[in-house]
Structure formats: structure tokens, C-alpha cells
Write a protein that binds this ligand. Structure first.
Ligand SMILES: [Zn+2]
Length: 96
């Protein structure tokens, strides 16, 4: 990955997490229909946030932000990798 392209590579550079980026979650690519662990952009908690206004993010319809892993062939595999990450911080199939 390009450094900073993924949340994990941004953290490795010491860049603080963006308030508009979700926790890791299982996502499905609309292109190849495969699954991955990634993040979405969402509104932050600040109702007067200029960044939220500027990006016109509709509430409840977040847009894809990052892909942290390579693809999984089924959702269950991705769910298991996410559970492992949440438990021990090791991300299986992490993009490098
Ligand atoms: Zn905001």
C-alpha cells in the first residue's frame, strides 16, 4: 500500500485516527463481490463540524474509506479475521 492509504499504515506513520473514519468492519466489494476488512467514512459526533458539512455525508449512508486486507472468498472468513484482530490486534491478510 501507499503509506497512509490504510488506517494501519497511517497509524504506523504516527498519524492520528480521523474522527470521520469508522472502526474496522467486514465489507463487500461491489466490483468483485469479495469480502475484506475496511473502514467507512461517517459523520463525527460534532453536529457543527465543518468537515462533515463540506463532505455532505448523509446520515446512515457511509461511504467506503479504506481496504485494510486482501480479499476473502466468503463473509465468514472475514468475520473470523475481524474477531481475531479485535481480540489480539493481529490482522490476517493485512495489506502491506
Ligand atoms: Zn465531522
Amino acid at each position: 500500500v501507499i503509506p497512509g492509504e490504510t488506517v494501519l499504515s497511517a497509524r504506523a506513520l504516527g498519524i492520528p485516527d480521523d474522527e470521520h473514519v469508522s472502526e474496522f468492519q467486514v465489507m463487500q466489494s461491489p466490483g468483485n463481490q469479495l469480502f475484506y476488512i475496511g473502514t467507512v467514512r461517517t459523520r463525527c459526533a460534532d453536529t457543527a463540524c465543518i468537515e462533515c458539512e463540506r463532505s455532505h455525508l448523509p446520515v446512515g449512508y457511509p461511504e467506503p474509506n479504506s481496504r485494510e486486507t486482501d480479499y476473502f472468498h466468503n463473509r465468514n472468513e472475514a468475520e473470523m479475521a475481524l474477531a481475531t484482530y479485535n481480540r489480539c490486534g493481529e490482522l490476517y491478510k493485512r495489506r502491506t
